[in-house]
Design a protein around this ligand. Structure first.
Ligand code: KIV
Length: 271
């Protein structure tokens, strides 16, 4: 059992302690009350209300369409289901890129209206002014580098990032700038494992990976992907703990049959 499993509430300081003690940090996405309650009961350290809600909850092709109001709705539902985990809320596309004033007011809305504990923004030195302004207001910030899905139309594909020397060097500089600004952790998405391990070693704050190998301080997955609810997404980095798509399909088939045949409800299932 982990050293920190007894903590009543996971804070950014607990995460730093975990890194200092060499204990890996567990993180999953969550978008609703019921799922958040199960994940929190299992003892997860961090629940990310990811803007991947745009894909898995709303069926959009990218994370771009989800709005600040929709993220606040998801985050407030998650917060009501959580008693131990740290709840980090993604700032959606368009809510922070304009200028630092807009970024701060979006972050304040998230904190006030959802009850989340921290925000996450995609990007490095180009959004440093916004990150600094949010931090100055006392709001903890998690960074996100590597594959940044909000910039998908700039990159054109979801392939592994920072494979070339220049991009890898830029990522290291961005990560150091985020740490220096005061971010409490950074997500590294879909980059070579060696590079991610180097960042985790050179930085003092926790580095959480998704498709970034095992040499980092923690791991995050999209909950619908790891449960196999989403049967159309099988990247190499994903470990599936279930095939819930098939299991749920089976249950729905049986229910339809039972209703059609009149088997449901039976004598015991009525008043
Ligand atoms: O939105 C999301 O789910 C994320 C994770 C992939 C890190 O940002």
């Amino acid at each position: 059992m982990s050293v920190h499993h007894n903590v009543k509430k996971v804070t950014t300081h607990v995460l730093q302690q975990m890194k200092n003690d060499g204990e890996k940090i567990s993180m999953l996405t969550g978008y609703d009350f019921t799922m958040a309650r199960i994940i929190d009961t299992a003892g997860i350290d961090v629940i990310l209300v990811g803007d991947s809600a745009s894909n898995v909850m709303a069926g959009h092709e990218t994370t771009l369409p989800i709005t600040l109001d929709q993220m606040i709705y998801h985050a407030s539902s998650v917060v009501r289901g959580v008693s131990r985990a740290l709840v980090v809320v993604d700032m959606p596309f368009g809510s922070y890129q304009g200028n630092s004033k807009e970024a701060l007011s979006s972050a304040i809305r998230i904190m006030k209206e959802s009850g989340g504990h921290a925000v996450k923004l995609e990007g490095g030195q180009e959004i440093l002014e916004s990150i600094t302004r949010i931090l100055t207001a006392g709001i903890p910030v998690m960074g996100h580098l590597g594959l940044t899905p909000q910039s998908i139309y700039k990159f054109g594909t979801y392939v592994v990032r920072a494979q070339e020397k220049d991009e890898a060097q830029r990522l290291i500089e961005d990560a150091k700038a985020l740490e220096e600004a005061g971010c409490f952790a950074i997500v590294l998405e879909k980059i070579p494992a060696d590079l991610a391990a180097r960042v985790a070693k050179e930085l003092t704050i926790p580095i959480i990976g998704i498709g970034a190998g095992g040499g980092v301080d923690g791991q995050v997955l999209v909950v619908h992907d790891m449960l196999g609810i989403n049967n159309e997404f099988s990247p190499r980095f994903l470990r599936k703990y279930h095939n819930l798509f098939q299991e749920m399909l089976g249950s729905f088939h049986r229910y339809i049959e039972d209703v059609k045949s009149g088997d449901f409800p039976n004598e015991d299932e009525q008043y």
